[in-house]
Ligand binder design. Sequence first.
Ligand code: 5GP
Length: 191
Amino acid sequence: MNFVEKKILEEGRVEGEDILKVDSFLNHQIDVEFLNEIGKRFKELFKDQKVDKILTVEASGIAIACICAQYFNVPVVFAKKMDSKNLDKETYESEVYSFTKAKHYTIKISKRYLGRGENVLFIDDFLANGRAALGIKNIVDQAGANLVGIGIVIEKGFQEGRAILDDLGINLHSLAIIEKMEKGKISFKSL
Ligand code: 5GP
């Protein structure tokens, strides 16, 4: 069992059939030591890729992406979900369906911070149905940048995200893949 799987078993809480709450270390309170190990692990997994920039989506992805970025020595750009008067007018935008909120939202990245030919690694906390990842892929394509990989802390392997990203030939690494969460009991797929 790896350190992410261990942490999930110790602190994760299953809600209903398909939601995992990890508020004690990732989504509300943040365990920085744990994130640091995640940063090291993603650096190992993507060591052969040229990475110019790490992309994520606000809010939960930001802390994870920032710690990873220290190992890659690159900046982080996070897609904005909330409307803000401060955001540049010139943006790349994509519509995303939120699995947890059961509604659509628009993610936006200023054209100033994503350029043609840049090699981009997308980092996020969860992979469920792959909608956030597809939204980011769409923005990266609009910019003429290259999506060199996707790093996910917790993948829910019983949802369709991986199949969709595999079909697109995306280089995907997850640190833990949940096979099922029946009656609150979590089991993992071997990596
Ligand atoms: P997807 O876009 O792959 O359908 O869903 C991924 C996004 O939804 C993640 O960025 C995460 O914020 C949220 N998400 C999906 N499933 C879960 C879950 O079981 N627990 C938590 N905490 N967030 C989830």
